[in-house]
Design a protein around this ligand. Structure first.
Ligand SMILES: NC(=O)c1ccc[n+]([C@@H]2O[C@H](COP(=O)([O-])OP(=O)(O)OC[C@H]3O[C@@H](n4cnc5c(N)ncnc54)[C@H](O)[C@@H]3O)[C@@H](O)[C@H]2O)c1
Length: 439
């Protein structure tokens, strides 16, 4: 069992303190608010949360949980500290790191007086780079010690929801953390081992980013549901029923499907249907800013790819894929065709390798090239062999992923400028001649 000091006895800190104490860990809760310290030591929760009063009392009565304002005492008598102080928005909307910085100064000063190893684990929500850019330098300056060697550092975000906080603690949907050192990683693994949830042990910045991605995703979901509810109501429909039915599809709608960063959406359905629902909302006088933003964001992703190609300075480019997704010859509102069209207009030579579109042309299907109203002379730009396309192009744009092209493209990625909109290999990231759109 670990012994842990918790800095900040707020909604996050007090739940963690009481649950860790219940699990048999020794917990020292630290705050600057003496009212909260007194409440804990009297066996009461300083916040209102289902079941928390009883859990705090149980921990205090068992001698597993105490509270204090004495930082030196807390650091000296524990192996690790959780930093759970608030990170309110600053005036410009940036994350407010004032409390985190001040608690890191206090912990650092106490670490200077401690001989044994100690891990400092940040749980407050802080933007990527804050642990490395603010917490670690502050801790090192105040302690005179080196992070990762003389003391441990980790980032371990909290995902609980107030009102179901204890339930969420014991039945989490997500556990992720990053650490600088093995000792800190081990503490976090040990604490989470009894929980029935996968543990994602990643680098510190990824853990920081996951927390924001989770919270903003929750916010987007609420806003989307509200927008649908408003449009449904204006149409005399029940938006809650609509959303319940939508959510019953866990194969596509509520699933990782469509949740992979990459290129813009397109095809015969999504763009026109977003436009039509937005138009319907307008006709009913219902504001739909999220639906508007969807089209704007999609356009920005095409513009981003265009800029990447311009940065490669290529005079001729070879598209791997031109249809709106692999496995089809459908070109309707393909964002790849739109990108090709913009490049042609700006004077770039464009050739295309797309086995599905080519097949349609070869078979002289009446629908060959169907839906393409942006790339002039598409049939004449089709190159049947990938090797030929690579040889004749200054840069390659990987638009659709065809499994049998991966090996050859992978080799080329090291030598020829490549703009990858889909990701050839999971471990490829932008470097040298290779540029990934979101990686
Ligand atoms: N509330 C939630 O549901 C929730 C969930 C997940 C993550 N978070 C994140 O966790 C962090 C904490 O949130 P919260 O809602 O628990 O905050 P809170 O405001 O309820 O509690 C913060 C506590 O820190 C104390 N504090 C401030 N400076 C201190 C110092 N120098 N030393 C010791 N204690 C100090 C305050 O007195 C307060 O008791 C935030 O970054 C928040 O975004 C919150």
């Amino acid at each position: 069992m670990a012994s842990i000091s918790i800095f900040g006895i707020g909604y996050v800190g007090v739940v963690a303190a009481a649950c860790l104490a219940k699990d048999g860990h020794k917990v020292i809760a630290v705050d600057v608010d003496h009212g909260k310290i007194d409440a804990i030591n009297a066996g009461r929760s300083p916040i209102v949360e289902n079941g928390l009063d009883a859990l705090v009392k149980q921990g205090v009565d068992a001698g597993q949980l105490i509270a204090t304002a004495d930082v030196d005492f807390a650091i000296a008598h524990t192996d690790a500290s959780f930093v759970c102080v608030g990170t309110p928005s600053a005036g410009d909307g940036s994350v407010g790191l004032g409390y985190v910085t001040s608690v890191c100064e206090n912990i650092g000063a106490a670490l200077a007086k401690k001989d044994g190893f100690h891990s400092v684990i940040i749980r407050s929500t802080i933007v990527p780079g804050s642990t490395e850019g603010t917490c670690i330098p502050t801790l090192e300056a105040a302690s005179g010690k080196v992070a990762g060697a003389d003391f441990g550092v980790g980032y371990y975000p909290e995902f609980l929801r107030e009102s179901t906080a204890i339930e969420d603690y014991y039945d989490p949907g997500l556990i992720v953390f990053g650490s600088l050192d093995q000792a800190t990683s081990q503490i976090l693994h040990d604490i989470n081992a009894p929980l029935d949830c996968d543990i994602h042990s990643v680098d510190v910045r990824t853990a920081e980013m996951v927390k924001y991605t989770s919270n903003t995703w929750r916010a987007v979901k609420v806003t989307y549901a509200n927008e649908i509810g408003n449009i449904a109501k204006a149409c005399g429909l029940d938006g809650q029923t609509v959303m319940e039915i939508l959510c019953s599809d866990t194969k596509v709608n509520i699933s990782p499907y469509f949740m992979r960063p990459g290129f813009a959406f397109g095809g015969s359905c999504l763009p026109k249907d977003v436009r039509a629902l937005r138009h319907l909302a307008g006709a009913k006088d219902v504001p739909a800013p999220l639906l508007n933003a969807v089209l704007e964001a999609n356009e920005a992703q095409i513009a981003k790819a265009e800029k990447m190609v311009a940065e490669s300075k290529a005079k001729t480019v070879g598209f791997v894929g031109i249809s709106f997704k692999p496995g089809t010859d459908d070109l309707r509102e393909s964002p790849l065709a739109e990108l090709a069209s913009r490049l042609i207009k700006s004077g770039v030579g464009v050739e295309v390798f797309d086995p599905y579109v080519q097949e349609a042309f070869d078979q002289e299907n009446s629908t060959a090239g169907r839906g393409n109203d942006v790339v002039p002379d598409l049939a004449g730009r089709i190159v049947p062999e990938l090797k030929t396309l690579i040889e004749s192009s200054d840069a390659i744009i990987v638009g659709n992923l065809y499994q049998d092209t991966v090996e050859m493209l992978d080799e080329v990625s090291a030598t020829k400028p490549m703009v990858d909109l889909t990701r050839l290999r999971r471990d490829l990231t932008t470097s040298g001649s290779y540029a990934g759109i979101c990686w």
